[in-house]
Design a protein around this ligand. Structure first.
Ligand SMILES: [Zn+2]
Length: 235
């Protein structure tokens, strides 16, 4: 099996990985994103963004810095951005998220989304900006209501990225997600557990869906390429 990792925090050589998306969390990470973009190895892809846990690190000019990097690096995406109700200052989170969502739409880059307990607010923001949305969205570690999945997929070209499903809710979500929308992720900060996490996730999902793990893995890799088609697909 050859794996794709839709969401991680690793910049490393390939090792059984056909594609991975390194997610920035704050501006100090953006130099790694630029490094990945410049290396252009066809396996490692990267995002720039400010995670909702790290909004305090947003400088006054963070948006123009993002625009500069995106205009010089056509294969960099936007992430990890979003809202998290368990972290402080939701109003400032909304402000920073909305700014970054608009930048992603302006540069036609996929968004890598972190949303915990704030789908009502995210949906409101999406509705307000429905006329100018990014071309695709990856909902990382999707934990929203299962009955949102189909409309999010259709309206916002959303993909749903999962890691080892471990409760009834996760099972329901996975069963409700169309096969052509499923991604898997390690969310790893270290290369060691990456392949094991991806492998066990694919086998768990295949078990839940009653499908063949190898076929599922190929579908997941196609889906991964669907996201990357807006920047550059893997070989
Ligand atoms: Zn992450």
């Amino acid at each position: 099996m050859i794996y794709t990792d839709a969401h991680c925090h690793i910049v490393a050589p390939a090792q059984d990985i056909a594609g991975r998306i390194y997610n920035s969390a704050w501006p100090d990470d953006w130099k790694y994103a630029v490094f990945v973009s410049d290396a252009d190895d066809g396996v490692n892809f990267a995002t720039i963004g400010i995670h909702p846990w790290h909004i305090a690190r947003a400088s006054a000019g963070f948006d123009s810095e993002m625009r500069d990097i995106l205009s010089n690096h056509p294969n960099i995406m936007v992430g990890e951005i979003g809202l998290d109700k368990f972290h402080p200052d939701i109003d400032r989170q909304i402000e920073i998220f909305t700014t970054q969502l608009k930048i992603a739409a302006e540069f036609r880059r996929p968004v890598h989304l972190h949303c915990v307990g704030a789908w009502d607010k995210i949906l409101h923001i999406f509705r307000v900006h429905a006329g100018a949305m990014p071309p695709a969205i990856v909902a990382h570690g999707f934990s929203g209501a299962p009955d949102l999945i189909l409309q999010l997929a259709e309206k916002y070209n959303m993909y749903f990225s999962y890691s080892a499903p471990n409760n009834d809710n996760a099972t329901t979500r996975i069963r409700q997600t169309p096969k052509n929308r499923i991604l898997v992720e390690s969310d790893a900060f270290d290369a060691n557990p990456e392949v094991e996490i991806l492998d066990s996730t694919i086998h768990a999902i295949a078990g839940l869906c009653g499908c063949d793990p190898d076929e599922l893995s190929e579908q997941i890799n196609d889906n991964f390429n669907g996201v990357l088609s807006y920047v550059r697909p893997i070989a």
